[in-house]
Design a protein around this ligand. Structure first.
Ligand code: MG
Length: 295
């Protein structure tokens, strides 16, 4: 149960679309009034039109895309496991590579991305797309770690957080002074190690993540995609569903989802609908809040 006041009166979770193998990376497109999301393993991008209630395939053979956001110019930026890249989708559908190498070697498999207030794109680079069957292509970790990177508008690529074991979801606080990064390292650790925590950092001059500390831990499974709302709360995906935390990290309850949740996004005509990518399905619930402008 979520704390009172987070969901609209009478709101109920509904499954609005299905058919994915592993749903990730939802994004509401205001210009088209649709939600798109990744079927990472199915290697396609799906689309749901709430006006007609129909699901369609937006694009297939996409090299296993994952998380996405808008850039400062309003174009879609997406993480791509198969190409081990962060890429931009131009207006005509052409894919432009924003980053795929660092220090002369390939990135691992960019997982999720967020737009910083200064127009830079921050993305996480765990190894799932080169180690998990079906999520990309087998490969090795060429730079020997799993970093969070910043790509400046001029293309410069810089590590901004290097102390997250397995960085996954990422978002900024409403004023951009904080960045939240989910650590999903317990996912691969059969011995019960790793963490299921969400870390928070000060954004130092817009350039680096500093003074990292644990913000919260999810109750079950791992934290994957995360989003801040306009009031500075954090909405986090987990095996339980969607777990919400106050700005000080206090748990505000769980919206239980029937399937393991990987990511989420606020959207809909007025921004109050929460769309949830959870394994096979896309779910929706009506909230009383909306996205933080910079999340
Ligand atoms: Mg993810």
């Amino acid at each position: 149960m979520l704390a009172p006041g987070l969901l609209a009166d009478g709101a109920e979770l509904e499954k609005v679309a299905d058919g994915a193998i592993w749903a990730e990376g939802p994004l509401w497109l205001p210009d088209e009034q649709v939600v798109i999301w990744s079927d990472v393993v199915g290697d396609r991008i799906l689309q749901f039109d709430p006006a007609t209630g129909t699901r369609s395939v937006r694009r297939s053979g996409v090299e296993h895309t994952n998380g996405r956001c808008f850039d400062a110019g309003g174009l879609i930026v997406q993480c791509c496991h198969g190409r081990r890249a962060l890429e931009r989708v131009l207006a005509d559908g052409t894919i432009e590579t924003l980053a795929d190498h660092w220090n002369g070697v390939r990135l691992n498999s960019p997982n999720d991305v967020a737009l910083a207030p200064d127009g830079a794109l921050w993305f996480t680079d765990p190894r799932y797309g080169i180690t998990q069957p079906g999520e990309g292509h087998p490969g090795v970790v060429e730079y020997g770690d799993h970093f969070v990177f910043r790509v400046d508008p001029d293309g410069t690529l810089t590590p901004v957080a290097t102390d997250v074991v397995m960085p996954n979801g990422i978002c900024f606080s409403p004023d951009g002074s904080l960045v939240y990064i989910a650590d999903s390292s317990s996912a691969e650790d059969g011995a019960g190690g790793g963490t299921r925590t969400i870390r928070v950092y000060d954004v130092d001059g817009g350039r680096r993540a500093k003074s990292g500390r644990v913000f919260a831990a999810v109750s079950r499974g791992i934290p994957d995609g995360i989003r801040a709302d306009a009031e500075g709360r954090l909405w986090a995906s987990s095996a339980a569903g969607v777990e919400v935390f106050a700005p000080d990290g206090t748990a505000l309850g769980i919206l239980e989802v029937p399937e393991t949740t990987a990511n989420l996004v606020f959207g809909g005509p007025d921004g109050h609908d929460l769309y949830i990518a959870a394994t096979t399905g896309l779910y929706r619930v009506r909230t009383t809040t909306r996205a933080a402008s910079s999340s």
